[in-house]
Design a protein around this ligand. Sequence first.
Ligand SMILES: Nc1ncnc2c1ncn2[C@@H]1O[C@H](COP(=O)(O)OP(=O)(O)OP(=O)(O)O)[C@@H](O)[C@H]1O
Ligand SMILES: Nc1ccn([C@@H]2O[C@H](COP(=O)(O)O)[C@@H](O)[C@H]2O)c(=O)n1
Ligand SMILES: [Mg+2]
Length: 210
Amino acid sequence: MGTVVDAANKEANGIAHTNKKVTVVFVLGGPGSGKGTQCANIVQHFGYTHLSAGDLLRAEIKSGSENGTMIQNMIKEGKIVPSEVTIKLLQRAIEENGNDKFLIDGFPRNEENRAAFEAVTGIEPEFVLFFDCPEEEMENRLLSRNQGREDDNIETIRKRFRVYMESSVPVIEYYNAKGKVRKIDAARPIEEVFEAVKAVFTPPSDKVAA
Ligand SMILES: Nc1ncnc2c1ncn2[C@@H]1O[C@H](COP(=O)(O)OP(=O)(O)OP(=O)(O)O)[C@@H](O)[C@H]1O
Ligand SMILES: Nc1ccn([C@@H]2O[C@H](COP(=O)(O)O)[C@@H](O)[C@H]2O)c(=O)n1
Ligand SMILES: [Mg+2]
C-alpha cells in the first residue's frame, strides 16, 4: 500500500503538489553497514528508485547552493543537517521521479528527521530495512572505501558512530516498537546479505519452497 503525499503540507513547504501515491522503504544501519551497496542490488531486482539522503546532500554542496558550506561543515563533523534542508531535497527527488516506489537510504537519522518528514509529507514507510553490523567491521569497511569522501577518516568516523548510537538507533527502536523493522545481519559477504534482503522484498506468494 502506498501513501498519498499530503497536498496542504506540501504547499506549505513550497513544493508543487501532485497527490502522488508512493511506497517508501527507509534503509537504516550504521555508517558502512552496506546500505548503499544493497540498495543498488534492490534497484536492479525490484525496480525501486534509490534516494540516498547523504548523496543528495553531497550533490547540494556541489551545486553551489546557499546551504552548501553549512552542509559541508556538518558532514565533516559527522553531524545531522537540519531536517528542513534534507526533507526538501528528498521531496523534490520524489516529485521529479516517475517511479512510485523509493528506497530512502540514511534517513530518518534522528527523531527530528522522522517527525518532520511524516508531518511535512504524510508519508509512512512500508517498513524499515535495518542493516545490523558490528562497529569494528563498519570501521574497516569505511577506512578502505576509497571513494574520496571527506568523512571517511578515523576522526569523523568515530563521531559518526557516536551520532548513530545516540540519535539514529532510537529511530530504529521507534519503528521496531511498531513492528516495522526488517533486520538483516550485514556482517556477511555482500551476496549473502542480498539473499536475506531478497527474502524481505519477495511477496510470500512468490516464495518457492526450499
Ligand atoms: N557485506 C559486505 N562485506 C564487505 N564489504 C562490504 C559489504 N557491504 C558493503 N561493503 C563495502 O563497504 C563499504 C561501505 O559500504 P556502503 O557504502 O554500501 O555503506 P553505507 O552503509 O552506505 O555507508 P554510509 O553510511 O557511510 O553511506 C564499501 O566500500 C562497500 O563496497
Ligand atoms: N538524514 C541525513 C543523512 C545524512 N546526513 C549527513 O550526511 C553524512 C553522510 O551520510 P551517509 O548516509 O552518506 O553516510 C552524515 O554523516 C550526515 O552528516 C544528514 O545530515 N542527514
Ligand atoms: Mg551510503
